[in-house]
Design a protein around this ligand. Structure first.
Ligand SMILES: Nc1ncnc2c1ncn2[C@@H]1O[C@H](COP(=O)(O)OP(=O)(O)OP(=O)(O)O)[C@@H](O)[C@H]1O
Length: 263
């Protein structure tokens, strides 16, 4: 089992932020985590990465029961790409050095990289069509290019679980589709990591995401196979407004229903 969260609740200042969350992610699955702003997505991911301790419940990641293991060791197998990370990296570093720094998940490179790591980083650039970015300073890259570099950086550590926290935020249509292609390539790699993809946007849910969890007000609203979750009925209930779904390229494209009334 990759993730096994049982009856997890998290309270802060007497406010319930996560309420009795149950979530199991098995080997071979890739999940999307969908929720409106403030629904508790980041809080749940922090619990899974061991940065936040739940008020109640049990967390097992990669068969490690939290509370009985060294979390620093578990974290070595978990990659997490987020905008918070993007802001920490040094703008003057080249894209290649940023990718290399993923080996030890450090913010800079503190020793000469091993030959083997240079080879892996080079392979990642080629696999994802990013060779042209290699020697460019990270600060000069577009938002989409930065995201690609950050994902390649996370892959350097060969994580078993890779969390992609809203990677398409701020991307134009083409940059978004390019990034989604990169994510699809990763999902298809036989020895690649299990993906957990966080988004607000249903249309970003690629066919490779076998399962989807809808989180609402800190509770699991619905979870299961993506096709069963992304139906007009489920999503109308989830968003509290009438929505239509059009299917194209294996993805669900959402729009407000003709009769929709937004309150
Ligand atoms: N350390 C904290 N102390 C108090 N409240 C918190 C803390 N962390 C999160 N919250 C609250 O918990 C709720 C859920 O926050 P969280 O960041 O997990 O939501 P989210 O689904 O990731 O939102 P977004 O999509 O906007 O990133 C919010 O109301 C937030 O203000």
């Amino acid at each position: 089992m990759i993730i096994d969260v049982k009856n997890v609740s998290w309270e802060r200042d007497e406010t319930s932020i996560l309420d009795n969350v149950n979530w199991q992610v098995k080997e071979g699955e890739h999940w999307c985590l969908v929720g409106l702003n403030g629904s508790g997505k980041t809080s749940l991911l922090k619990i899974i990465s061991g940065y936040t301790w739940p008020t109640k419940g049990e967390v097992k990641v990669l068969d490690n029961l939290y509370g009985t293991v060294d979390l620093r060791e578990v974290r070595k197998s978990i990659g997490w790409v987020s905008t918070a990370l993007m802001a920490q990296l040094h703008e003057h570093e080249t894209a290649f050095r940023i990718i290399l720094s993923g080996r030890e998940a450090t913010i800079g490179l503190y020793s000469a990289p091993r030959e083997e790591d240079v080879r892996t980083a080079q392979e990642l650039l080629v696999t994802f069509g990013c060779e042209a970015l290699k020697n460019r300073p990270y600060g000069a890259l577009s938002q989409g290019e930065r995201q690609k570099v950050l994902i390649a950086r996370a892959l350097m550590a060969k994580p078993r679980l890779l969390i992609l926290d809203e990677p398409c935020t701020g991307l134009d249509l083409l940059s978004r589709e390019q990034l989604l292609q990169m994510i699809e390539t990763i999902a298809k790699q036989p020895d690649g990591p299990t993906l957990v993809y966080v988004t607000h946007h249903i249309e970003e849910i690629l066919p490779c995401f076998t399962h989807t969890l809808l989180l609402k007000d800190g509770k699991v609203d619905q979870s299961g196979e993506t096709d069963q979750v992304l139906t007009p009925e489920e999503l109308t209930r989830f968003f509290g407004v009438s929505v239509d779904i059009r299917r194209s390229q294996g993805r669900a494209w959402i729009s407000l229903g003709e009769e929709a009334v937004i309150r």
